[in-house]
Unconditional design. Structure first.
Length: 298
């Protein structure tokens, strides 16, 4: 008998060990480190949500997408923003349809009409309820949870604890199977301790130079290992500076694709200066980088 635990995700024994998780993610084009693969494995085994914190553009959202792809699960995404409320996150009633049904009703018993319009036919699922009621395997992505108001964050506590929700008109709806949940945060505000207790924690920073080189090489067709190494080294130097916004991994990939588009096979000062605005989005950052890298202005 194997010492590894096979985790049933609805696909064919997709998550067997942390090492195989890492390999499966790589097959989806997501090059993770060992710590990330280990947390994904533990989360699936223990059926625990994962809170992924780190700078924007480091691959937090892409991790959830890659896990969904490698397990064959349906990805359900709740994009958080300030002002998001229960009606947009969980469920709401189709008031227009309810009104039309009441107007069309021939019954004179108002109480009966009220009961009829609060039924499944008039219920509008939002991402959280859709994930709970899904019949097949689901990866639930709660993206940028730090954008939520404190009151809406509290809404998540029942769901992440028991994976159930109470709808007064219909009763308690419990998940037939727990979705694999990823919450991402750019750490714009401190999340509550109650929310953190319900989650495993993963900090996702910028990749080291070697891994970023591998990411570039795997995601940009035709790029040479030499140029990929130059790109990762340059981006690493930029991140070491005091910039308003350090370049993200997604911006590194955009830069690499731009260089490939122009047929650049080796970085020189001219290529860096010309295409630096693809990496840096503030004029002061571009000026600082130009000066500190010693490449001169154009």
């Amino acid at each position: 008998m194997s010492d590894t635990t096979v985790i049933d995700t609805g696909s064919t024994e997709a998550l067997v060990s942390a090492g195989q998780v890492r390999q499966a993610l790589a097959e989806q084009g997501y090059l993770s480190d060992a710590a990330t693969a280990n947390i994904v494995y533990i989360a699936a085994a223990l059926q625990k949500p994962v809170l992924v914190e780190g700078p924007a553009g480091t691959g937090k959202t892409e991790l959830a997408k890659a896990v969904a792809a490698m397990t064959g699960a349906r990805l359900i995404r709740l994009q958080c923003y300030e002002g998001l409320d229960e009606s947009r996150a969980l469920y709401e009633w189709d008031y227009r349809k309810q009104l039309l049904a009441i107007q069309a009703s021939e019954s004179s018993a108002a109480q009966d009409r009220t009961a009829d319009v609060f039924s499944e036919e008039f219920l509008l699922e939002r991402p959280l309820l859709a994930a709970i009621r899904a019949e097949g395997p689901v990866v639930l992505l709660i993206d940028e949870v730090d954008q939520l108001d404190v009151e809406t964050e509290a809404l998540l506590l029942e769901i992440l604890s028991d994976f159930q929700v109470s709808i007064p008109e219909l009763g308690t709806v419990a998940a037939a199977q727990r979705p694999l949940v990823f919450l991402t945060s750019n750490n714009n505000r401190e999340l509550s301790e109650a929310l953190k207790r319900r989650c495993l924690f993963l900090h996702m920073g910028y990749p080291d130079m070697d891994r970023e080189r591998d990411i570039v090489a795997s995601r940009v067709p035709g790029i040479s290992d030499f140029l990929a190494g130059q790109i990762s080294a340059t981006v690493g130097s930029l991140r070491a500076m005091e910039l308003k916004k350090s370049p993200s991994v997604s911006e590194t990939l955009d830069w690499a694709r731009t260089l490939a588009l122009f047929g650049i096979e080796e970085l020189d000062a001219g290529a860096v200066v010309e295409h630096l605005p693809v990496l840096l989005k503030h004029r002061s950052d571009i000026e600082r980088a130009t000066a500190e890298l010693g490449i001169g202005g154009s």
